[in-house]
Design a protein around this ligand. Structure first.
Ligand SMILES: Nc1ncnc2c1ncn2[C@@H]1O[C@H](COP(=O)(O)OP(=O)(O)OP(=O)(O)O)[C@@H](O)[C@H]1O
Ligand SMILES: [Mg+2]
Length: 161
């Protein structure tokens, strides 16, 4: 499968991609979000969660490192865990916090700064790469497993050109 590439002109474009992603979620999915500080990883996750039906506040888990949310998928409650590992001190900290237990076939994990725990982090089904380009963002979506491929093949997204 070729990697999908889009240009997101503004924050509304990132929100629209998050909403499109919310429609292709399946339990057990692991999504890595790559990109420098301020490229829109949290914005994308927030839009995904809100479009998936979570109506509360979605803040960056900068200090808590992980924040769980419950959404409804096919009328069943599913836990989505949003990680921001930027401030992770070590791989041991990740293991000691029990974070690996979140990676199972019932939950969905979305991880900002996966590079910070790459020795202990389960591998991704989908990787999303965000880069500043002009006033907006370039985004690339990569399917890295069969499950990720199945999901991205169903993605319906038309950027706001
Ligand atoms: N497509 C876009 N074009 C322009 N600005 C955008 C776009 N998407 C998001 N932004 C803006 O980028 C800023 C940073 O977003 P965000 O906090 O989501 O970044 P982040 O990648 O999570 O950063 P960090 O690594 O610090 O957690 C926000 O002000 C948001 O409005
Ligand atoms: Mg962030």
């Amino acid at each position: 499968m070729p990697h999908l590439r889009f240009h997101l002109h503004d924050e509304a474009g990132t929100d629209a991609l998050g909403a499109a992603l919310s429609r292709i979620l399946i339990p057990g999915l692991t999504i890595y979000l790559h990109g420098d500080l301020g490229t829109g990883k949290t914005t994308l996750t927030r839009a995904l969660l809100h479009a998936a039906g979570y109506s509360g506040h979605v803040k960056s888990p900068t200090y808590t490192l992980a924040e769980p949310y419950t959404i409804s998928l096919d009328s069943r409650p599913i836990e989505v865990i949003h990680f921001d590992l930027y401030r992770l001190g070590s791989s041991e900290e990740f293991l000691d916090a029990g974070f690996r237990e979140h990676f199972n076939e019932h939950s969905i994990c979305i991880i900002e700064w996966p590079e910070k725990a790459d020795r202990v982090l389960p591998s991704p089904d989908i990787a999303i790469l965000l880069n500043v380009e002009g006033h907006g963002r370039d985004v690339e979506l990569q399917a890295l497993s069969d499950k990720g491929y199945q999901c991205l093949a169903r993605l319906k997204f038309a950027p706001n050109l």
